[in-house]
Write a new protein. Structure first.
Length: 288
């Protein structure tokens, strides 16, 4: 009996120590965030982080999101707390979150921390970043199979790439991400998807992941195919010299809807869907 109680006491001590240890996650700033337990009340201020939380099966823990988070449909019912860059600090604090997920570039990080709010700052820009973020959120949310989920997404992207004909490799593509001529460079997650699908990105690697490209640069590069969102397409042919670009002359232009653009510009769990959208564009417009 004495040995039984000794073992029981030891088990309780070990269990108590494990509970006391809580959850520790180091964010993209190198800051280690420690919580007594996996967070039950989460505010997410970046759509890709919102979608990742839901993909990990913890959507019900979200109590607030930024104004751009709109997938899955459940998050549209949640209180909105401003934008990722300009969060509504008072609204966030009022929700009493255990942790706030936000971009490292957000102006609200230090303000929230000064008010005693736990902040996990992460900003995926590449496919490797998206995989790492899923792993860290899996750790935070105590989802042991987070990497299995990522491997399934990655395998789906590979399957899409293999479905494209060899002719796709000859295509030179320009992807405009947002107004002002901001393009998807080779180092961005969009550029990486383009590379996996076999097409050639006209944006030089030296320009960075999302450079602002001079319109003359695109004219000189003369892409075979242009990908752009419906929000940015207006006035495309009135840009100096653009009427002569092969993609516009031959109507090799893919204009993505607002919903499709949301899929394409978010480095997260819908990257396989983004690959399918690109592949459809390449097949229907680029190879016609």
């Amino acid at each position: 009996m004495t040995r039984f109680w000794r073992l029981l006491s030891l088990g309780l001590l070990i269990g108590g120590a494990a509970h006391a240890a809580g959850v520790e996650v180091t964010d993209d700033r190198g800051v280690t965030v420690t919580l007594a337990q996996s967070p039950q009340r989460i505010v997410s201020l970046l759509p890709s982080l919102t979608e990742t939380v839901c993909e990990l099966g913890r959507c019900e823990r979200l109590v607030g999101v930024d104004r751009y988070s709109n997938h899955p449909a459940f998050v549209r019912t949640l209180p909105q707390t401003g934008g990722g860059i300009d969060p509504n600090i008072e609204a966030i604090v009022a929700l009493k979150p255990d942790v706030v997920l936000m971009a490292t570039s957000s102006r609200g990080v230090q303000r929230l921390e000064s008010l005693g709010v736990k902040v996990l700052a992460m900003e995926p820009k590449s496919s490797a970043d998206a995989q790492r973020v899923m792993g860290k959120l899996g750790q935070l949310l105590e989802v042991p199979d987070a990497q299995r989920i990522w491997r399934a997404i990655d395998a789906s992207v590979s399957a899409v790439a293999q479905s494209l004909p060899p002719g796709a490799r000859q295509l030179r593509v320009y992807y405009e991400v947002s107004t002002g001529g901001y393009a998807a460079g080779t180092g961005s997650f969009i550029g990486e998807l383009m590379a996996r699908l076999g097409v050639q990105n006209i944006v030089a690697p030296s320009l960075g992941p999302f450079p602002r490209v001079n319109p003359e640069y695109v004219v000189r590069a003369n892409p075979d195919l242009i990908m752009i969102g419906a929000r940015n397409v207006q006035g495309l042919e009135t840009r100096p010299g653009w009427r002569g670009i092969r993609a516009l002359r031959e109507r090799r232009l893919c204009v993505f809807t607002a919903e499709e653009s949301d899929v394409l510009v978010r480095p997260g769990p819908r990257m396989a869907e983004a690959a399918r959208l690109m592949a459809r564009c390449i097949t229907e417009k680029g190879l016609k």
